[in-house]
Structure formats: C-alpha cells, structure tokens
Design a protein around this ligand. Structure first.
Ligand code: PXP
Length: 239
C-alpha cells in the first residue's frame, strides 16, 4: 500500500498574507490539492495566526469529506477550536513565538499532564491525535503512555543533512528504530518537516511510516512546476 501524502498548505496563506488581500486562496488550494491526489490537507493554526487564520480553518473544514489534519499547540484555546471544527486529525506541535518554523519535536516530559488531558478529550471526540516528536525511543514510549494514536517523527534534521549532502545514516537509523518500536506498540507512524523529493524517497523505504506531511517544498515547487505535477511526483515516490 502506498504511503499517504498530507499536503500542508500553510504557505499559500503566507503568500496571501504578504499582500494582506485574498490571493492566493488556501481554500481553493486545499480543494485543488485533493483533486490532484493529496490524501489529506494539513493546516497549522498558529497562536500568532501568521499564516492560516480562523476563517481559513472555517472554510477549509467545510469542504465536503475533506480529510483535514489540524496542527496546533497544546493549549485549551486550540483544543476548543478543534472540538468546534472537528477535523479528522489533530497533530499537536510545539510552538515558539519567534521561530521561523517548528524547530523540533514536543517536550513531552515538561507538558505531560496537559498533553494527557488534551489527548483524552480529543480521543473522546473521535479526533485521531498525533504527537510531533523527535525521533527518540523515549518520546515514542511517552507518546504511547499518553494514549496518542499516532506519532509524527520530526524529519528536519535528516532533511537538512540530505539537502547539504551530509552523512545521514545515523539519523536514518534513529528514525527507523523509532518507527519500528512505535509500530510494535500499535502507534501509527507519520513523518514530516523539511522534506523534498530526495528525503521523501529515502524515508519511503521505512515501511512502518504510513503518512508524510509535506508543505514548504510542495508549495515552493508548485510556483515553478504547478501543484498537479508536484503532487503527482510525490505520489509516485510514495507508491
Ligand atoms: N509536520 C509538522 C508537524 C509540521 O509542523 C510541519 C511544518 O508546519 C510540517 C509537517 C511540514 O513541514 P515543511 O513545511 O517543512 O514540509
């Protein structure tokens, strides 16, 4: 079975917001991405609303039968929003105001009580919850303890190494062993952050990974080659 491709459209909103007008439209991009073969749409409603905003979430979640993955910080304001719009999936991510992008996985130990209660509520609402974690066995173990359904392994480090033609075998080994262990525990394994065609190809060989969430590269590549071509090239890699 092929790996599912989640297309993150945050950066359609980044381009729109650069002008403060309504173009390009993330809602339209979500529909087109699905038409071109995306298995799900990912949006990150950040606390500072720097790209996707509440109205985008409202419009995108109203697309008929959209498999929507909402990335959000672990706080009760976001939880309330998730319960209101009922995306199929939530991925809990760390957030820092001044970061350019999500720099690493969650600090599970520090936030354990809050995460436990948020995940419990999301589970009760039948929202599949994933935790964005660094590829460590310790974090896989805690994710399982927290009753998350899935983990998303942060692939930022390996993606950078691949892009810079650096040695990536040790990072790949970590990802492989975490994926294997999580799978044994019954957690579904996803991967995301910083991926391009090359990293996607390398990681597509890790058979426990069932879903990739890719954003920046897809939107960037689409400006030059189009969304349809870019998505279908990824779909071929993930087959
Ligand atoms: N997965 C998660 C949890 C993320 O936070 C992000 C970035 O928003 C991505 C995947 C996509 O990363 P990129 O835009 O680098 O492909």
């Amino acid at each position: 079975m092929s790996i599912r491709l989640g297309v993150n459209i945050d950066h359609v909103a980044t381009i729109r917001n650069a002008r403060g007008e309504n173009h390009p439209d993330p809602h339209k991009a979500a529909k087109k991405a699905l038409e071109y073969g995306a298995d799900s749409i990912t949006i990150h409603l950040r606390e500072d609303r720097r790209h996707i905003n509440d109205n985008d979430l409202k419009l995108i979640s109203s697309i008929k039968s959209i498999p929507l993955n909402l990335e959000m910080a672990s706080n009760y304001e976001m939880l309330k929003i998730a319960i209101k719009y009922k995306p199929n999936f939530v991925c809990i991510v760390p957030e820092k105001r001044n970061e350019i992008t999500t720099e690493g996985g969650l600090n599970l130990k520090k936030n354990i009580n809050k995460l436990k209660s948020i995940i419990e509520i999301l589970n009760r609402n039948n929202i599949r919850t994933s935790l964005f974690i660094n590829p460590t066995i310790y974090d896989v173990k805690i994710s399982n303890f927290l009753n998350a359904k899935c983990i998303e392994l942060h692939t930022g480090k390996i993606s950078n190494q691949v892009k810079k033609n650096k040695q990536y075998t040790s990072q790949l080994k970590k990802i492989k062993s975490c994926a294997k262990y999580a799978n044994l525990l019954g957690l579904e394994v996803h991967a995301g952050h910083g991926m391009d065609y090359k990293t996607a190809k390398i990681l597509s060989k890790v058979k426990e990974i069932k879903e990739f969430n890719i954003g920046h590269f897809i939107i960037g590549e689409s400006i030059i080659f189009g969304l349809k071509k870019t998505i279908s090239r990824f779909k071929k890699i993930l087959k």
